[in-house]
Design a protein around this ligand. Structure first.
Ligand SMILES: NC(=O)c1ccc[n+]([C@@H]2O[C@H](COP(=O)([O-])OP(=O)(O)OC[C@H]3O[C@@H](n4cnc5c(N)ncnc54)[C@H](OP(=O)(O)O)[C@@H]3O)[C@@H](O)[C@H]2O)c1
Length: 345
């Protein structure tokens, strides 16, 4: 290995509204050798996820914020370059939390060894990792879809939403996706097999959703909030279930996404229709189920029952722009940054 420098992206300032390029800064530091009991990991793939917007803010949350000047957090798939940890061998693939940087030194705690030859290493960040797990537990444990019911999923072509829609189809539901734009909606129907998909930017979303859900909505998998939820709320059936997974439309504090004060209407609807809403944080609530999920998803995926799409951006320096795009729907599939070549440097 020739490198002597580690490039890393740190938080330069806390965003006000949507993040901008100057909220991030590329830093360098000398690459340090691992001590006894440590290994050097080279980041190959970095996952970019909506929760990172929350970490850039110091508002109270379920996880601490990234400090100003600190490394941006993130899940990574890496390769072992040097190992002084018995359970890891040079060349092994590792799922861990390196953050937005080219190298990291790890003692192996919290690192999952994916072995020397995983079929698709980056899939551990998506369909076989946190997003897939989130879709699986949220839909099946909280949503509890029954055959013939209508399931609506927002951000339907994204990392979580695409898996939700396909599992709901496997459970024989009518599935309606909501996504941004014609091309994503076409993909949701023709490739993922959803029954219908609607563009959330359509001025007639409310009417179009009502027409696509003639029997109302039994399960709404919430990834977005804001105006999409406005369209869903009147259509919820008695005893509907809402896995409250994410509210990406509100993460930048966009006032347009919160244009209506809905608290009274919301509470009255929940009461009158006996609707169950449950928020969840995937590993905190369901961490012990990860093995069960991996087994089932590997089986479904291997049998061609679940399709998966990645949006791979090349180069660590392009991570900030890609992340800003994620919050505007510019990604098409699971957003991953390829930080270095799979085969090594
Ligand atoms: N609770 C948990 O433990 C947990 C775990 C993982 C993820 N999540 C949540 O799950 C949701 C989806 O995450 P993901 O990783 O699968 O991301 P993703 O869907 O792959 O990417 C985000 C997508 O959100 C949509 N979006 C962005 N801004 C929007 C807006 N203003 N209105 C409507 N849609 C908007 C865009 O899709 P369109 O172009 O289709 O609009 C964008 O592509 C997020 O809310 C995330 O926070 C929660």
């Amino acid at each position: 290995m020739r490198e002597t420098i580690n490039r890393r992206i740190v938080l330069a300032s806390r965003p006000v509204g949507a993040p901008v390029a100057s909220d991030f800064r590329m830093d360098t530091e000398p690459l340090r050798s691992p001590d006894e009991g440590q290994m050097l990991l080279r980041t190959v793939y970095l996952s970019l996820d909506p929760y990172m917007r929350g970490r850039m803010s110091d508002a109270p949350s379920y996880a601490p914020p990234v400090g100003i000047g600190d490394l941006m957090v993130g899940s990574t798939v890496s390769r072992v370059e040097i190992s002084n940890v018995p359970a890891f061998t040079v060349g092994d693939w590792v799922l861990s939390q390196n953050g937005w940087q080219e190298f990291s030194v790890s003692d192996g705690r919290g690192a999952l060894n994916l072995g020397a030859h995983p079929a698709k290493p980056s899939y551990a960040l998506g369909v076989l990792g946190t997003p897939g797990f989130t879709a699986y537990m949220g839909l099946l444990d909280i949503g509890q879809p029954k055959p013939g019911e209508t399931v609506v999923v927002a951000a339907a072509t994204g990392a979580v939403g695409s898996v939700v829609g396909q599992i709901a189809k496997l459970k024989d539901c009518r599935v309606v996706g909501i996504a941004g734009g014609t091309e994503k909606c076409r993909y949701a129907v023709e490739e993922l097999g959803l029954d219908a998909c609607l563009d959330h930017r359509s001025p007639k979303l409310n009417e179009e959703l009502a027409a696509a859900c003639p029997k109302g909505i039994d399960v709404y998998f919430e990834n977005v909030g804001g105006l999409v939820f406005d369209a869903v709320l009147p259509l919820l059936n008695a005893r509907a279930r809402i896995p409250l997974c994410g509210l990406i439309a509100t993460y930048n504090g966009d006032p347009a996404a919160e244009s209506r004060c809905r608290t009274s209407e919301l509470m009255a609807t929940l009461l009158k229709r006996r609707i169950r809403v449950q928020g969840f944080i995937i590993f905190e609530d369901y961490g012990s189920h990860f093995g069960e999920f991996r087994k089932q998803m590997t089986e479904w995926f291997g049998a061609g029952k679940i399709k998966y799409r990645e949006d791979i951006v090349s180069g660590l320096e392009n991570a900030p722009e890609a992340f800003m795009g994620l919050l505007q729907g510019k990604n098409f599939g699971k957003l991953v940054v390829q930080v270095s070549a799979e085969a090594g440097t």
